[in-house]
Design a protein around this ligand. Structure first.
Ligand code: FES
Length: 358
């Protein structure tokens, strides 16, 4: 490799595409190299080094904050705020830790590394011993050009940042490996019948009514018109500690189609009411809300990765990455025509996970 400035001398030919004579022009070469202030002024060089060190230190602190956040924010009985805060702190720690390393490396290269312009003549590629020797020499030269040997503080900062950044990712990962996962929370929803429930909220003190979200108003079967889609939740969900999680798990889409179109197994023959069917709104792929309904095909579509479910055929998957049908909620009406859930979903809602069979 040689280090020199390219001279503007060579004439370069360019062929015209329309059959005319080739054009000729002068190779302008590279503009004269302008040295950076940091190359000639030790004070500026020192200031640049301090900048790089500070950015690496920010990376170190962010990584530590991510790890500390993982241990400090309690997730044994977490509220939704705890979960969000934990995700924010770990994510921000991991992100800032990695970003700091990237920004510091760029600033280091811009301000401190050797910036001489170099031209390397092309040569045949070979993996022979001489090439390998060259590669080792280039790596060694690169190391000395990075000027790290004579900058011990910078050396410590980059070492610390590189060593700590992976921790913000690894510690939560390793910490959760032995965690006691309570999967029962996924297996049941607020639709499950209770004993001795409040008659205002439960049909016969046992079965949850379906209610329009967010008004929490009970809904009658007569309000669901053909090909109309309605998003419903369990009526009278108490706004207690896990209200948002319970609501999110239980959200349901109600659709009415011509009853003659429904292909219902003998087991599910009485799970619908006059063509009204109720399916979990949580996609069985990775849990996005299934939100689009095609009236002509009677398909429900998930906007995230286009999984498509046929509601006339037990919400089976007809397209996309989801592997399971949407769980169905068995429904019926009371004496006044209000819809209620006769039982919980027939299987856990949402994406697949281990031990999901009941
Ligand atoms: S989450 Fe629905 S298709 Fe991926």
């Amino acid at each position: 490799m040689s280090s020199h400035e390219q001279q503007p001398s060579t004439e370069v030919a360019r062929s015209g595409t329309d059959g005319r004579l080739p054009e000729r022009f002068e190779n302008p070469g590279l503009a004269p190299h302008r040295h950076r202030l940091a190359d000639s002024d030790p004070k500026v060089s020192k200031r640049s080094e301090r900048q790089v060190v500070v950015i690496f230190l920010i990376s170190v602190l962010a990584s530590i904050a991510g790890v500390v956040g993982y241990f400090v924010i309690p997730l044994d009985e977490p509220s939704i705020l705890d979960v969000r805060l934990s995700t924010l702190v770990i994510g921000a720690g991991l992100g800032l830790g990695m970003l700091g390393i990237g920004v510091a490396a760029v600033q280091w290269a811009r301000a401190l590394m050797d910036d001489a312009e170099k031209v390397e003549d092309r040569h045949p590629m070979s993996a022979g011993p001489s090439v390998q020797q060259q590669a080792f020499e280039m790596l060694r030269d690169g190391g000395s050009e990075a000027n790290i040997a004579r900058r011990p503080v910078l050396k410590g900062a980059v070492g610390g940042a590189l060593a700590l950044a992976p921790l913000a990712f690894l510690v939560p990962l390793i910490g959760n490996l032995g965690a006691d996962w309570d999967i029962s929370k996924f297996a049941r929803t607020a639709w499950r019948p209770v004993r001795g429930g409040d008659p205002e909220r439960y049909y016969q003190g046992q079965y949850r009514y379906l209610a329009v979200d967010p008004q929490d108003r009970r809904i009658k079967a007569s309000e669901i018109t053909n090909n109309n889609i309605v998003h419903v939740i369990p009526h009278g969900l108490p706004e207690e500690e896990h209200y948002l999680e319970e609501k999110a798990k239980a959200v349901v889409l109600l659709v009415r189609v011509d009853p003659g179109l429904l292909k219902e197994s003998a087991e599910r023959a009485d799970w619908s009411y006059e063509g009204i069917v109720a399916y979990s709104k949580i996609c069985t792929h990775v849990g996005c809300p299934v939100a689009l309904y095609e009236q002509q095909t009677h398909h429900l579509l998930c906007p995230c990765h286009q999984s498509t479910f046929d509601i006339t055929d037990a919400a089976k998957v007809v397209f996309g990455p989801a592997k399971r049908a949407l769980p169905q909620l068995p429904i019926a009406v009371d004496e006044e025509g209000y819809l209620y859930a006769k039982a919980d979903f027939d299987e856990p809602v949402g994406p697949s996970y281990w031990q999901r069979e009941r």
